[in-house]
Ligand binder design. Structure first.
Ligand code: PLP
Length: 281
């Protein structure tokens, strides 16, 4: 039984580990119904992104309208938005369709280093999309790029509590909730930053809903693995699915973190580079 309609506005990953292809697997694995509006096509595998083909903003808008006008939508999730024109078109479409629940994964740079969002699009993202977000899910480098673009200086992370300072600054940019993902900065079990690879013991993701809400630290064991391709897309789609099924935000996020951790632990080990997760477990 399908229990929630999720529209994904994102880019395609031809190798199926990230992007729209991963999103659809995750949403299906959660028993929800996935629709897609494609922003860009990538020629990509586990070793890198070889080329990007952009979909014109007017065509993207037609895809969004076609899905929402007929099937309707419970949650919209955005991933790779590619260009300032795309961000602008998406913001206008969400506004006109009065979309209420919006999960934004601010995809910027692939693990392999490819630029998935034009630098000039950051400002449009901040001005037009972040204030509409029900939840924004930046990893640490993305949070830092957003904050730098908004005029903040560098915020160091020497201990777990420093994640809250970053989450709070990102929250001030407008989203209702922020999940700062700490995968790029593993900690020791005592909550201080790991100095050496041997000290990498835990990963903490911090969910922040503003000064009046309790901040949630979601801790998972650190796994030394190359199979993390599409982790961010998968996490955001799991959150979107859980929200579409009616969970409240803390539950939706905690369940999504557990889902992704299990997917990393049971990854099929495909490809010569950063391999995909196991989405069906
Ligand atoms: N390619 C596309 C189309 C994506 O949407 C994403 C999402 O973040 C990526 C690549 C990034 O993949 P990776 O997890 O390897 O950085």
């Amino acid at each position: 039984m399908v229990s929630g309609r999720v529209l994904v506005i994102a880019g395609s990953d031809s190798s199926g580990g990230a992007g729209l292809e991963a999103d659809q697997k995750v949403i299906a694995a959660h028993g929800c119904y996935a629709m897609t509006a494609t922003t860009a096509l990538t020629a990509q595998n586990t070793t890198g992104v070889f080329d990007i083909h952009h979909v014109p903003a007017e065509f993207l808008r037609k895809q969004i309208d076609a899905c929402i006008n007929d099937i309707g939508v419970d949650v919209v999730k955005t991933g790779m938005l590619a260009s300032a024109a795309t961000v602008d078109a998406v913001a206008t479409a969400l506004e006109e369709h009065k979309v209420k629940t919006l999960v934004i994964d601010p995809v910027m740079i692939a693990t392999s280093g490819s630029q998935l969002l034009a630098p000039e699009a950051l400002q449009v993202l901040r001005a037009r999309l972040l204030p509409r977000a029900t939840i924004l899910t930046p990893n640490l480098p993305e949070a830092r790029l957003l904050l730098a673009d908004a005029g903040y200086g560098h915020l160091p992370v020497d201990k777990v509590d420093d994640l809250e300072v970053i989450a709070s600054a990102v929250h001030a940019l407008g989203p209702r909730w922020v999940l700062v993902k700490g995968g790029h900065c593993p900690f020791r079990r005592n909550g201080t930053a790991a100095g050496t690879p041997e000290e990498r013991e835990i990963v903490v993701d911090l969910l922040f809903g503003g000064p009046d809400e309790r901040a949630f630290k979601i801790q998972t064991p650190y796994h030394e693995t190359r199979n993390t391709h599409g982790t961010g897309c998968s996490l955001a789609s799991a959150i979107a699915s859980n929200l579409a099924k009616g969970m409240d935000m803390p539950r939706a996020v905690k369940a999504a973190c557990r889902y992704v951790e299990a997917g990393i632990k049971t990854a099929p080990g495909l490809g010569a580079g950063s391999g995909p997760l196991n989405h069906f477990h």
